[in-house]
Design a protein around this ligand. Structure first.
Ligand code: SAM
Length: 219
């Protein structure tokens, strides 16, 4: 099945509200557990960059897991950034900065970051090289890179089955977004090709029927 693009930014108010209020406990806690297994440094006290942060749930989970860290959380959607600022716990506010900016042209407060992570951004990008180029721009030797995203199923039937299996009880708008995201996602071999083209040395693992997890240390 060929890739079908979905709108790049999530800007529609109803869509953003549904996404911000959705329960992502399972995938997001698994993201942080896997990130912690890779970045086994609970005392990390640098700044992490969250690319395509949405309403910031993963930024907040990261900040709780690394109590000395700061996070620069970037998204192109003003509606998402507004939700992030609204939902963040007061205790985390001093350590998480939400930045509205469209990748790859965003200007960030730091030239480089100790950790760069991103969940579910890649499939939104018409040009996937934007993610890998931004990572290269803001990484220095030693930067830990952690990326998770959806994988495109082999067929429309498979995509529809996944929506029924994993989003049966979700509001229609989330079901629609999940379906569109599956169709817009990449296959393992496409992601491997992007990473090779970028000249990055990253490990790519399929961790479920619909998720890819990518890790590496910049050199
Ligand atoms: C599916 S959401 C993921 C949000 C968050 N990372 C999470 O895991 O909940 C993808 C986000 O990427 C943002 N996005 C898409 N293209 C972007 C770009 N070029 N620059 C910045 N943000 C972008 C969208 O606005 C959206 O908020």
């Amino acid at each position: 099945m060929k890739r079908v693009l979905e709108p790049e930014l999530m800007e529609d108010e109803a869509q953003v509200k549904a996404y911000a209020e959705a329960d992502f406990e399972v995938p997001h806690s698994q993201f942080i557990e896997r990130l912690q297994a890779f970045v086994n440094e609970p005392g990390f006290s640098g700044t992490a960059l969250d690319l395509g942060c949405g309403p910031g749930d993963i930024s907040c989970r990261f900040a709780r897991a690394y109590p000395l860290a700061r996070v620069h959380a970037v998204d192109g959607s003003a509606a998402m950034i507004n939700y992030g600022k609204l939902l963040i716990d007061d205790a985390l506010k001093p350590r998480i900065s939400f930045i509205q900016g469209l990748l790859p042209h965003v200007s960030l407060p730091q030239a480089s970051y100790g950790i760069i992570f991103s969940n579910s951004l890649l499939h939104h990008l018409p040009d996937p090289m934007v993610l890998w180029d931004v990572i290269k721009k803001f990484a220095v030797p030693g930067t830990r890179i952690v990326i998770m995203d959806l994988l495109r199923p082999a067929s429309i039937d498979e995509a529809q089955t996944m929506v029924r299996t994993y989003a049966a009880d979700e509001p229609d708008i989330l079901k629609r977004d999940f379906y569109q995201s599956l169709l817009a996602a990449f296959r393992m071999e496409e992601i491997a090709g992007q990473i090779a083209q970028a000249g990055l040395d990253l490990k790519i693992e399929q961790i479920s029927d619909r998720h890819v997890f990518i890790t590496g240390i910049a050199s």
